[in-house]
Ligand binder design. Structure first.
Ligand SMILES: Nc1ncnc2c1ncn2[C@@H]1O[C@H](COP(=O)(O)OP(=O)(O)OP(=O)(O)O)[C@@H](O)[C@H]1O
Length: 307
């Protein structure tokens, strides 16, 4: 279990992470989504003890990372596969981690096997690895201590289609065995395929979270009005699910119902359209358009279509 509670991280005047709260539960894969600069890496870095929170907390199995006596046995972390030491072989990288964690030497070969790196590959220097091989090595390191929690930043990055399928199966199996998986990704279609739960952030704030199926089912209609607070109240007052999205809301009410409720509340609707079947990518763009620090709407976002 990962618990993030009212987490805030400020860099000067910038709130890179702004009052973020969510949990990632055992037996489930939680996808952490957001546009560039949204605050995903900062959140994961705090969780992994690499940055300190300005306020709030991030805990693994009830403990801050820094308070875990041998963290690698509880939580496997892969934040940047390209940051591994290029001068060491893959095997040396794993042996160092195995010794640091006080694990039996046999874990090195077991972990290599888990990620599909051959003995010959493990004897090559990391600088000669492809990004996909580095991802596999990073995951081998994360799995070395047989932790119950995995935290991965963009784990599919650099993997070919077979590698992405392999990664998906590995994470699914890990969660099905009762493990907790938190992964960040821009590969929205990939996340939609693998994540049981989704936490979406924009400009450091959570803009949507919940079970993937609920989020997709809940985003049926987008309604925009001058008074979006009153609009949300009118829809929620009639028992509908409402997710704020900038100066609009996404709701599970159909367009007709939403329009009538707005009319009944005396509100001028400026946009009303169905978001049916939009998939996670449209929802991602809609939810983050108002908050994205960078031009999300105008830049092509990888869809994982190659996956
Ligand atoms: N050490 C730092 N000093 C100052 N600002 C920082 C620092 N680290 C991150 N930021 C800023 O905090 C914000 C959030 O960055 P973060 O890397 O967490 O976003 P992200 O969602 O992981 O983005 P990406 O998908 O591009 O990796 C950005 O505006 C970034 O420039």
């Amino acid at each position: 279990m990962i618990t993030i509670t009212s987490l805030t991280k400020r860099y000067g005047r910038l709130a890179a992470v702004d009052d973020v709260s969510f949990t990632a539960s055992p037996g489930r894969v939680t996808g952490f989504l957001g546009p560039n600069g949204a605050g995903k890496s900062t959140t994961l870095r705090i969780l992994a003890g690499l940055a300190t929170a300005t306020s709030g907390s991030a805990t693994v199995l009830g403990h801050r990372y820094a308070d875990l006596p041998n963290p690698g046995l509880e939580i496997g972390v892969l934040l940047d596969a390209s940051a591994q030491h290029g001068g060491r072989t893959g095997r040396e990288t794993l042996v160092l981690a195995q010794r640091t964690m006080g694990l039996p030497a046999a874990r090195v070969d077991e972990s290599l096997e888990l990620v599909g790196l051959t003995r010959a590959e493990s004897r090559r220097r990391v600088r000669d690895y492809s990004l996909g091989m580095r991802q596999r090595l990073g995951i081998a390191t994360a799995l070395l201590g047989d932790p119950r929690v995995l935290v991965l930043d963009e784990p599919a990055n650099g993997l070919d289609p077979a590698g992405i399928r392999w990664m998906r199966d590995l994470l699914r199996g890990f969660a099905d065995d009762g493990g907790t998986v938190l992964l960040s990704s821009h590969l929205l279609a990939e996340v939609e395929m693998i994540a049981d739960d989704i936490v979406m952030i924009g400009s450091g704030r959570v803009v949507a979270q919940g079970p993937t199926t609920d989020l997709l089912a809940g985003a049926r209609t987008l309604v925009r009005a001058d008074d979006v607070v009153a609009l949300g109240a009118a829809l929620a007052g009639a028992g509908h699910h409402v997710t704020p999205s900038g100066d609009a809301v996404l709701t599970d009410a159909g367009p007709g119902t939403a329009g009538r409720l707005a009319f009944g509340a005396g509100l001028a609707v400026t946009e009303l359209r169905t978001a049916d079947g939009a998939g996670l990518e449209d929802m991602f763009l809609e939810l983050t358009a108002a908050t994205a620090r960078e031009a999300v709407g105008s830049a092509p976002i990888p869809t994982g279509a190659s996956a």
